[in-house]
Design a binder for this molecule. Structure first.
Ligand code: C2E
Ligand code: CA
Ligand code: CA
Ligand code: CA
Length: 278
């Protein structure tokens, strides 16, 4: 039986490695960080490949830690899910994203902003009502808000997440299946998903020029997406040659360092495509 004495706690932490200890203190700090305005929303542009015109952005969260500097989401999203902190974190991201879309819309800029949802979010029965509330509060167009859901998050609870996706779709927002190709979802399941686009995982896009297998996966995902009437986005586009190959394959949208790094939201409005891009 585990007694909550300081002695027991000391023995417990004594068995943990340094990494885990660091994470434990990060969890405690993350709790405060959310309330304490330490999170930042960065935006990465997406560009229509056929026309070269920017067509949206993805919202990516960062943690501006007072001592460790800017911490990427790969280091705290999973931790937040495990520690039961994903709901406040997602709520912060949602609020900030809607505020941003409202600001752009007021300035006459229409940038559909895509928000990432995690596995836990999809199983939260109050999520859709909260999003509906944000639409009422900010009065932004449904066309300017999108959601990205990873293929693996959907597979945790295919039935439950399908239900959430349908309810989100009913709000009029655009949905994308993220990290496509990494989750082994069946084609039957994909066909039933109420989605508008698929995002090919950057692990395939990043290697498609050197690795025939990756090129084959990118090629067949584009064709599959188009056959199902979906728009296809390639993420992790890092160079001109990859862009050119994706254009030849008729991929619809590109996102990646070749176009732009994720930018602080304030810098995004003045961002424009690099002149020498094409
Ligand atoms: P993701 O949704 O697959 O996002 C794409 C990741 O690739 C981002 O990493 C982005 O900065 C990075 N990236 C963009 N262009 C390139 C490129 O050309 N090359 C390479 N190598 N990487 C590129 P980031 O911002 O570190 O985010 C990591 C993951 O954290 C995201 O993967 C997403 O799953 C999650 N995440 C980020 N923000 C949120 C959020 O607000 N909520 C939730 N639930 N998850 C989030
Ligand atoms: Ca994403
Ligand atoms: Ca992705
Ligand atoms: Ca990813």
């Amino acid at each position: 039986e585990a007694r909550q004495s300081p002695g027991n706690f000391a023995i417990f932490t004594g068995n943990l490695d340094r990494d885990c200890n660091r994470n434990l203190s990060l969890v405690a700090e993350l709790h405060h960080a959310i309330a304490d305005e330490q999170l930042r929303l960065y935006c990465q542009p997406k560009v229509d490949i056929a026309t070269g015109i920017p067509c949206g952005a993805e919202a990516l969260v960062r943690w501006a830690h007072p001592e460790h500097g800017l911490i990427g989401p790969d280091r705290f999203i999973k931790m937040a899910e495990k520690a039961g902190l994903i709901t406040p974190l997602t709520n912060w991201v949602l609020g900030e994203a809607f505020r941003q879309v409202y600001t752009w819309q007021s300035d006459g800029i229409a940038v559909p902003l895509a928000i990432n949802l995690s596995t836990r979010d999809l199983l939260d029965s109050r999520l859709v009502d909260r999003i509906r509330g944000l639409f009422l509060t900010w009065g932004v167009d449904a066309g300017n808000v999108q959601f990205e859901i990873t293929e693996s998050a959907l597979l945790e609870d295919p039935r439950g997440s399908l239900e959430t996706l349908k309810r989100l779709r009913d709000l009029g927002v655009h949905l994308a299946i993220d990290d496509f190709g990494t989750g082994f979802s069946s084609l039957t399941y994909l066909q039933r998903l109420p989605t508008d686009s698929i995002k090919i995982d950057q692990s395939f896009v990043g290697r498609m020029l050197e690795h025939e297998g990756s090129d084959a996966i990118v090629r067949s995902t584009i064709d599959l997406g188009h056959d199902l009437g979906l728009s296809v986005i390639a993420e992790g586009v890092e160079d001109q040659a990859t862009w050119t190959r994706l254009a030849a394959l008729k991929c619809d949208v590109a996102q990646g360092y070749f176009i732009s790094q994720p930018l602080p939201a304030e810098e995004f409005a003045s961002w424009h495509l690099p002149e020498d891009m094409f």
